[in-house]
Design a protein around this ligand. Structure first.
Ligand code: FAD
Length: 399
């Protein structure tokens, strides 16, 4: 029956069920209704859509069964693919909660943290990630936000930047320096910070697109209970690796599918006024054919990583190859969308928040495509990882 959580269903039945559920539950005009929506309307819509997915059992297929998930990787792929094909809204508000926070607690949370936070997330709690700082992005180990232990609290001072969605978050995954005398990676700890703690100031950053996706977070004498430590004191670097890995995990299945949906949109636009095939123009046809090949290669790459015996999509150099290829292909695709639309393609038409990066508002999509070449490790950093871990090339000299 569609919409009933059934992690053991044969993949074909699951696919048919998700498809039918999408046909019955996804408002066909959600893009039109969300385009131009206020921030509060966007937040309400995201919570509503998350609630629908949750009720159907499709919100957290990648979580363990005891947390409400339990779908294996192949079945997760089915769910993510069908949602992408139905052109469902992305859960952008909940992204850090569902991936980064959950992955971190699964790997390193205390029993109390695991009992508390995943159910809160299912009830709609929003998390943000306070890793980056001015001067500490790719070189995250240089972070300077200090936490001094005083009795049963840490007192935190410093600044974070580029925290996605922090203005709407209730909790933050916070990296702090607890031992300034230790080597850079060894003196870092990982805390849960409540965003309404006294001393937390959040300032949204307005982007060129008019959106306010990121925030700065200023921390002045913020008191965080020692019980909010994730992992051991000064072992935060190791814990942070599982947070970062979760970002490159199952979400790539969905993104590869969404890119294929974007390509279909591009093909429709390239068709002539009478629906003549885009191949009528050889140059355009050639470029579309190349993009189509690349989109298919991406899907095969993701599938290969999924089906590799014992492999985890989120782990190691495979994840870097997928992320690098996806993000740079997205740039090529959106750039071509913009080019194909001529002058109109350079107009900043509005798009629905939560619509992803292949919405057809090509200028905004193209600007937005940079969102994937930077976070969770820039393309240069991914190339370093591939060179060192997959190709065995000499390691970068330590900073
Ligand atoms: C859409 C988006 C969402 C984000 N969300 C969050 C969030 O929620 N929380 C958070 O904490 N942060 C977030 N970030 C920040 C992101 O993690 C950092 O921007 C990223 O780590 C890069 O750091 P930086 O901006 O300081 O650039 P830098 O590290 O200063 O890099 C500048 C340039 O130098 C290159 N470079 C640096 N080191 C090397 C090297 N060793 N070898 C080769 N080239 C190198 C980089 O590739 C880059 O091109 C987000 C960023 C984006 C774009």
């Amino acid at each position: 029956m569609p919409g009933i959580r059934a992690p053991q269903l044969p993949p074909d039945e699951l696919r048919a069920g998700v498809r039918q559920w999408c046909a019955e539950h996804l408002p066909h005009d959600w893009r039109e209704r969300q385009t131009g929506a206020s921030h509060d309307e966007f937040i309400r819509f995201q919570h509503w859509w998350f609630g629908e997915l949750r009720a159907a059992g499709y919100a957290v297929p990648h979580w363990p069964q005891s947390w409400g998930g339990g779908f294996d990787l192949a079945r997760q792929a089915v769910i993510f693919e069908e949602l992408a094909r139905a052109d469902a809204p992305r859960l952008s508000l909940h992204f850090v909660s569902l991936h980064h926070a959950a992955g971190t607690f699964l790997d390193a949370g205390t029993p109390e943290q695991r009992d508390r936070y995943p159910p809160e997330i299912l009830d709609g709690a929003v998390w943000c990630q306070g890793f980056s700082e001015p001067e500490a992005g790719s070189d995250l180990a240089s972070l300077r936000t200090r936490a001094e232990r005083r009795g049963d609290v840490y007192v935190v001072n410093g600044q974070k930047i580029w925290a996605s969605g922090a203005a709407d978050a209730q909790h933050c995954l916070l990296l702090v320096r607890t031992d300034p005398s230790a080597p850079k990676r060894r003196g870092i700890s990982y805390l849960v910070m409540d965003m309404d703690s006294p001393g937390v100031l959040v300032r949204p950053i307005r982007q060129i697109t008019g959106e306010e996706h990121f925030c700065e977070i200023f921390l002045t004498d913020v008191r965080i209970p020692v019980g909010n430590l994730i992992g051991a004191e000064n072992d935060g670097w190791r814990v942070a690796q599982s947070t970062l890995a979760s970002e490159r995990g199952g979400t790539m299945i969905e993104l590869a599918e969404r890119l294929a949906v974007g390509l279909r949109r591009l093909l429709l636009e390239a068709a002539g006024p009478e629906g003549s095939p885009p191949t009528a123009d050889t140059v355009v046809g050639d470029r579309l054919a190349r993009l189509a090949r690349e989109a298919q290669a991406l899907r095969l790459l993701v599938r290969q990583v999924i089906t590799r015996p014992g492999s985890e999509l989120a782990q190691g150099a495979h994840a870097s190859v997928v992320k690098l290829y996806y993000s740079e292909l997205l740039q090529r695709l959106t750039a071509f969308g913009m080019e194909l639309a001529g002058l109109d393609g350079q107009r900043a038409t509005r798009r629905a928040p939560g619509s992803g990066w292949e919405s057809g508002a090509w200028l905004l999509d193209h600007i937005g495509s940079w969102e994937w070449t930077i976070p969770g490790g820039t393309s240069e950093i991914q190339r370093n990882i591939i060179a060192e871990r997959a190709l065995g090339l000499p390691r970068e000299p330590a900073a």
